[in-house]
Design a protein around this ligand. Structure first.
Ligand SMILES: [Zn+2]
Length: 150
């Protein structure tokens, strides 16, 4: 995965995973946000300024819990996940058709943020932009540097 991304000039800073079994009830298995807190600590990230993109409601749950701007992509498992009761119960996340659309949104948001001071977005609203495409993977935390990479 890291190499495939590098071939397209992308950069993955870290790959983290939960080594535990569900019955161990650890804090790092999604939907718990332990891995996000860990990566924030290692890289000195403000999670409220980070985007989380995932194709599972457990990704989104973890992202929201950690205060990330969370985007569910409909590719991979995403479309099926969106129909689940957990997805209906959650709010405050965005839905994108695929990773490319999610990335475009993130870049637009970052450019707007650089142009103007951050506007406070209402929490608890689920915006569904008109997106379209195909991707499936777990959690990715995109940092500004990697979005604006060469
Ligand atoms: Zn774990």
């Amino acid at each position: 995965m890291v190499q495939a991304v590098q071939e397209y000039k992308g950069k993955i800073e870290a790959v983290l995973y939960c080594p535990h079994r569900p019955e161990e009830n650890c804090g790092c298995r999604k939907p718990k946000p332990g891995l996000l807190y860990e990566v924030a600590k290692v890289y000195g990230l403000d999670l409220s300024q980070c985007h989380l993109v995932g194709d599972a409601i457990s990704d989104i749950t973890a992202g929201l819990e950690a205060g990330c701007r969370s985007i569910l992509v409909l590719s991979g498992r995403g479309a099926q996940q969106l129909l689940s009761w957990e997805a209906r119960r959650l709010s405050g996340y965005m839905v994108a058709q695929d990773l490319q659309r999610a990335a475009r949104h993130i870049i637009r948001e970052e450019m707007a943020r650089e142009a103007a001071p951050p506007a406070s977005e209402p929490i608890g609203t689920q915006r569904k932009p008109d997106y379209g495409g195909a991707w499936g993977a777990g959690i990715s935390s995109l940092r500004k540097e990697s979005v604006h990479g060469p």
